[in-house]
Design a protein around this ligand. Structure first.
Ligand code: HXC
Length: 257
């Protein structure tokens, strides 16, 4: 399927989705939101897709929500149209998404990277929530997901001053899972996603669900939730296969059963 603002390419069981508005440093306008939402829904529905890599360009993962599109918006437009509400549908994607971040991930771009399940960053990556410089605040989770990722001190610093973090600081702070040289970024992300896609689909999706819930549940509830999911995986053929393969010293052949 052809999109105006995205490129999609299936590599084995991994869907590579690349934001493609180079003239605006991949600024996230309503077309990007609609198309990305559709592309991710298609991935969730497609048995041939096990995981997703979301990438931008070398210069910018995404430089934020589209400021030119936002400029004339009024409160009533924003409220009645649930402006940015569509990003929650993107966060509801059930298959794992690895963000491959090179260059700027600012405002909505940083927030989109945080909606993904983990971030692999190029040494050139720069993260920031510069909304305050525009007279607004983060609107796609920056005040919530960033705070959970890096803690209150750094989140307040970033959201109140609008300063950027480089890749090294972002990794130290826990925002980024791995840093790689720029030329390795896409391969590293595709390899990670390929590995994920090679495992039992149900186990992978439950793992994502369980870790995702850790932000929302108390420890006691989270542990119980995890244990219920854990128990349920013993109903899968893939559990039998995974453990038989270990015992027989061979590679597991998961069949998503
Ligand atoms: C619309 C944008 C844009 C954006 C860049 N462009 N960011 N257009 N929305 N967020 C456009 C520029 O207008 C310019 O177009 C082209 O992309 C290249 O950008 P330059 O500024 O010329 O590049 P450079 O000098 O290299 O500076 C890069 C930059 C800067 C530091 C990333 O572009 C920048 O500060 N961008 C805005 C970052 C920002 O404030 N993001 C937060 C947005 S608010 P023309 O046509 O002039 O060549 C936000 C709200 C979140 O995200 C709420 C939830 C979504």
């Amino acid at each position: 399927k052809e999109f105006e603002t995205l490129l999609t390419e299936q590599r084995g069981a991994v869907m590579l989705i690349t934001l493609n508005r180079p003239q605006a440093l991949n600024a996230l306008n309503s077309t990007v939101m609609r198309e990305l939402s559709e592309a991710l829904r298609t991935c969730d529905a497609d048995d041939g897709v096990g995981s997703i890599v979301l990438a931008g360009s070398e210069k910018a993962f995404a430089a934020g929500a589209d400021i030119k599109e936002m400029q004339p918006v009024t409160f009533v437009d924003a409220y009645l149209g649930d402006f940015l509400g569509g990003w929650e549908a993107i966060a509801a994607t059930r298959k794992p998404i690895v963000a491959a971040v090179s260059g700027y991930a600012l405002g909505g771009g940083c927030e989109l990277a945080m909606i993904c399940d983990f971030i692999i960053a190029s040494e050139t990556a720069k993260f920031g929530q510069p909304e305050i410089t525009l007279g607004i605040i983060p609107g796609m989770g920056g005040s919530q997901r960033l705070t959970r990722a890096v803690g209150k001190a750094k989140a307040m610093d970033m959201v109140l001053t609008g300063r950027m973090m480089d890749a090294a600081e972002a990794e130290r702070a826990g925002l980024v899972a791995r840093i790689v040289p720029p030329e390795r970024l896409l391969d590293e992300a595709l390899e990670a996603a390929g590995k994920i896609a090679s495992y039992s689909r149900a186990a992978v999706m439950m793992a994502k669900e369980a870790v995702g819930r850790s932000d929302e549940l108390t420890l006691a509830e989270g542990l119980r939730y995890e244990r219920r999911l854990f128990h349920s995986l013993f109903a899968t053929e893939d559990q039998k296969e995974g453990m038989a393969a270990f015992v027989e010293k061979r590679k597991a052949q998961f069949r998503n059963r």
